[in-house]
Design a protein around this ligand. Structure first.
Ligand code: IVH
Length: 682
C-alpha cells in the first residue's frame, strides 16, 4: 500500500501543514480568516490523502489530528511537574481589599500592588505540554497532582495550537507547560442539549458538565464534534523562556498562538479590581459563556516567589465569586410541549420572578425522569437558576414549603397537540407522539427545513408556519414549494410585497447544496456535521438512499445508531416520495463546492445591508462564497466591501466612518460578473 516517500511529497505535506496551522490560527484564534472555508477544506483533504498514502506523514502535530483518532481503551494518568493548585475564595468587594492587605503584609510593603485580573471561567482546567514547540501531551487537572492524559481529545479543539507560533523575538522553548480552562459557550451548550433531548439522550446539567463529559471521551471523534473552546491563563514548568510577570506571560502566550481571554485587565490596583468585579458582574448575563467570578493575581512573579503557597493554594491569587443567579418562586403549572421529533417536553410554568434583571416565567424540565428526579409538583415552591442565557432551570424544590396540596406531574398518555398515543421507548428518556403527521411535528419540521443551515428561506418564520399548518395550507414539506403569492396574501400580516418576497425566496432556495438539503430533511441524528460527512461520501441522494446501515456504519465518524436512523429514513416510502415531489417542484441539489483554482473574491470580507433589487440576500451571499469571499454580519475595519442596497441600515454609516469601500448594487453586479457569474443585465 504505502509507496516510497519522495522528497517532493514530504515537502508538499510540510507546506500544507504549515499553511493549515497558520490558517487555523487566523480563523479560530484571531477570528480573521484569510482564505475561504472551501479552500481550507481542499488543503485538509489533500493532506489527508497524502497521509493515507504515506502514513509516516501523519505526525502527531498534523492538523488532521483534529478530527480525532482511534478510541482509547482507558485513560492513562500522568503527574503534573508543578502541582495545579486550587484558589482561595472570596465573595465580595471587601474580600478583594482584605486580600490586598494580606498581600501587602506578606511582602512587608505599603506601596500599591498591581494585579492582573481575569474572569474565572466555569469549565475544566487542563495542562498542555509543549516540547520543542510541539504539543506532546495534554492532561486534566485531576486532583491537582495527577491528571488523566487526554491528548487526542485536546487536539480536536481548534483553538489549541498543535505547534507554537514562532515569533521572531522569541526562542522556541524546549519545554512549556500551558494551563487553561476548556469550556463551552452557552449557545453551543443549548444546541447540544437540544439535540440530545431530541434523540433521547441524557442531558448535561450545565456547560461545565458538558465540557467535562466531552473531554472524558475515550473516542476522540466524539470530542471532535463537541463545540469546545479554551482560554489559557498560566504556565507550569518552562525551559528556554523566561517570564517576569503574569501580564507578560499572557502577552507571550498570545504571541505563541494561544487564545487569552480579551476581558483580562492587566496591572490594576485593588480599587480598580473592585470596580472591575462590579462591571463584570453586570456584564455577566450578556457574555457568551459562564463565569462564576474573577481571579485576582499579583502581577509580579518575584512577588509570587516571596509570597509562596500553602499546600492547597497560592498566596498570590484569589478567586472572588459572584452571587449565584437564583431566586425562589412557585410552580403554577406543568405543561407539555411537542417538538419536531414528536418528543414531549414538560415545562414548568412559574410565577414570574426577576433573576438578575430578567423576568423568568418558564423552566424546561427536559423529560419525565428529570421531573421525577427533582420531584417537582404543581404548586411547589422552588429555587430557580438562570446562568448566562441558558434556559432557566429548577435547582430544587423547597421541601419545607410543601403544604401537601401539591399535585404530582404525570406524563400524558396522549399527545397534547394531536391526541395520538404518546409512547416511551425502552432505553430512551423521551416520550414521543407516534403520529408522524402530528401538526406539532410538521411545524417543527418546516421550521427546520427553512432554517439557516437548511433551505435558509428568509421570511418563513414561526408565526407564519403556525398559520400555514393550522389553516391546512401546508400538509407536507413539499407544500412549501407550492406556496403562491395569492394564497399567502390572505394571511395575517402578509401584504402583496412580503408575499411575493417569500415566494421569491422559496424559488431561490430550490437550488441547494447536497449537505444543506440532507440537513433540511430533518433525519434524526443528522445535524450539519453528519450531513456534510454524508455529502462528501455520496455523489447523489439516490446513492445515499440506496446505502444500507452496514455500509453507512463503515463511514468513519458514523456510529450504528446514526447509520440505522439514516437507513430507516430512506426505507420509508413517504420520505422517498417527498424527495421526489420536491424535485418535481423544482428542487435542484448541487454537488458540494469544488474549489476552483481561480477565485476572484478570495479572502475578501463583505457585509450586506439594505435590499438588493436583483437577488435575495441569500443568493448574494452564495455567490460571494462561491467566488471565495466571506459574508460577515457586522462592519469592522477588517471589512473589505459593504454592499448597500435599497434602504440600507446603520451598517452603511459605520462603513463610511471606517472608510470601508461601499458598493451600490450596480458596482456589486459588476464585481460578480468579473468573478465569472453570468447575471444577465439586471
Ligand atoms: S488560575 C494557582 N485563572 O479555577 C492558580 N484559574 O480554583 C491556578 N479557573 O482549577 C488557577 N478561570 O479550573 C485561574 N482565569 C483563571 C481561571 C481559573 C477558571 C479555575 C481553574 C482552577 C480553579 C481554581
Amino acid at each position: 500500500m504505502s509507496s516510497e516517500l519522495d522528497e517532493k511529497t514530504r515537502r508538499r505535506a510540510e507546506f500544507l501543514k504549515e499553511k493549515l496551522h497558520y490558517h487555523n490560527y487566523r480563523y479560530f484564534v484571531l477570528d480573521d480568516p484569510e482564505i475561504s472555508d472551501a479552500e481550507y477544506d481542499r488543503m485538509i483533504q489533500e493532506l489527508l490523502d497524502l497521509e493515507a498514502r504515506y502514513p509516516r506523514l501523519a505526525t502527531p502535530d498534523s492538523p488532521t489530528a483534529r478530527v480525532g483518532s482511534a478510541p482509547l481503551e482507558k485513560f492513562e494518568t500522568a503527574a503534573h511537574s508543578v502541582p495545579m493548585l486550587s484558589l482561595d475564595k472570596g465573595f465580595d468587594e471587601k474580600d478583594i481589599l482584605a486580600f490586598d492587605q494580606r498581600v501587602k503584609r506578606g511582602l512587608n510593603t505599603k506601596e500599591d500592588i498591581l494585579y492582573t485580573v481575569e474572569p474565572k471561567m466555569d469549565g475544566v482546567a487542563v495542562e498542555l505540554v509543549y516540547r520543542q514547540g510541539v504539543l506532546e501531551t495534554a492532561t486534566t487537572r485531576g486532583d491537582g497532582y495527577t491528571g488523566e492524559v487526554i491528548t487526542p481529545n485536546i487536539k480536536t479543539i481548534s483553538l489549541v495550537p498543535l505547534r507554537l507560533n514562532q515569533p521572531e523575538d522569541l526562542p522556541v522553548p524546549g519545554l512549556l507547560e500551558v494551563r487553561g480552562e476548556v469550556f463551552m459557550e452557552t449557545a453551543d451548550f443549548k444546541k447540544l442539549n437540544q439535540w440530545r433531548m431530541e434523540n433521547g439522550l441524557a442531558l448535561f446539567a450545565n456547560p461545565r458538565n458538558a465540557s467535562a463529559g466531552s473531554l472524558r471521551q475515550l473516542d476522540s471523534s466524539v470530542t471532535a464534534r463537541r463545540p469546545l473552546r479554551i482560554y489559557v491563563y498560566g504556565v507550569g514548568l518552562a525551559e528556554g523562556i523566561d517570564f517576569s510577570s503574569h501580564a507578560e506571560t499572557l502577552g507571550i502566550l498570545e504571541k505563541l498562538g494561544f487564545p487569552v481571554n480579551p476581558l483580562v485587565r492587566r496591572r490594576i490596583t485593588a480599587d480598580q479590581t473592585a470596580q472591575y468585579y462590579r462591571e463584570l458582574d453586570s456584564r455577566r448575563p450578556g457574555l457568551a459563556y459562564e463565569i462564576d467570578g474573577i481571579v485576582m493575581k499579583v502581577d509580579r512573579y518575584d512577588y509570587h516567589r516571596r509570597l509562596g503557597a500553602t499546600s492547597r493554594s497560592p498566596r498570590w491569587a484569589i478567586a472572588i465569586k459572584f452571587k449565584a443567579l437564583q431566586e425562589r418562586t412557585r410552580v403554577k403549572d406543568i405543561t407539555v410541549q411537542v417538538g419536531r421529533t414528536g418528543a414531549l417536553t414538560p415545562v414548568a410554568v412559574l410565577e414570574p420572578v426577576n433573576i438578575g434583571g430578567v423576568s423568568v416565567s418558564r423552566a424546561s424540565l427536559h423529560n419525565e425522569d428529570e421531573v421525577a428526579k427533582k420531584d417537582v409538583r404543581i404548586g411547589d415552591s422552588v429555587l430557580v437558576q438562570r446562568a448566562g442565557d441558558v434556559i432557566p432551570e429548577i435547582v430544587k424544590v423547597i421541601d419545607s414549603a410543601r403544604t401537601g396540596n401539591e399535585k404530582p406531574f404525570e406524563m400524558p398518555a396522549r399527545c397534547p397537540v394531536c391526541g395520538s398515543d404518546a409512547v416511551r421507548i425502552e432505553d430512551e428518556a423521551v416520550t414521543r407522539c407516534i403520529n408522524r403527521d402530528c401538526p406539532a411535528q410538521l411545524k417543527g419540521n418546516i421550521r427546520h427545513f427553512a432554517s439557516k443551515a437548511g433551505f435558509d428561506i428568509d421570511g418563513l418564520g414561526t408565526k407564519l408556519i403556525d398559520q400555514l399548518v393550522d389553516k391546512g395550507i401546508i400538509k407536507s414539506l413539499a407544500d412549501i414549494f407550492r406556496l403562491d403569492a395569492g394564497t399567502l396574501q390572505g394571511l395575517e400580516r402578509m401584504g402583496p410585497k412580503s408575499a411575493q418576497n417569500l415566494v421569491d425566496a422559496i424559488t431561490d432556495s430550490k437550488k441547494i447544496y447536497f449537505s444543506r438539503f440532507l440537513y433540511a430533511l430533518g433525519i434524526r441524528h443528522v445535524g450539519e456535521y453528519v450531513a456534510r460527512l454524508l455529502a462528501s461520501r455520496y455523489e447523489t441522494i439516490d446513492d445515499l438512499a440506496a446505502a444500507d446501515s452496514r455500509e453507512l456504519e463503515a463511514i468513519e465518524g458514523l456510529g450504528p445508531v446514526v447509520a440505522e436512523s439514516i437507513a430507516e429514513f430512506f426505507r420509508r416510502r413517504e420520505n422517498l416520495e417527498t424527495i421526489k415531489t420536491l424535485q418535481e417542484l423544482g428542487l435542484r441539489i448541487m454537488a458540494e463546492k469544488k474549489s476552483q483554482e481561480v477565485r476572484a473574491l478570495k479572502g475578501k470580507t463583505f457585509v450586506l445591508t439594505g435590499t438588493l433589487a436583483s437577488m435575495p440576500r441569500s443568493a448574494a451571499r452564495q455567490r460571494i462564497e462561491e467566488a471565495g469571499g466571506r459574508v460577515a454580519g457586522s462592519v469592522s475595519s477588517r471589512t473589505d466591501y459593504v454592499v448597500a442596497g435599497e434602504s440600507p441600515g446603520s451598517k452603511l454609516d459605520k462603513a463610511r466612518d471606517l472608510g470601508v469601500t461601499v458598493l451600490n448594487e450596480n458596482d456589486f453586479m459588476q464585481l460578480l460578473r468579473a468573478a465569472g457569474f453570468s447575471l444577465g443585465n439586471g
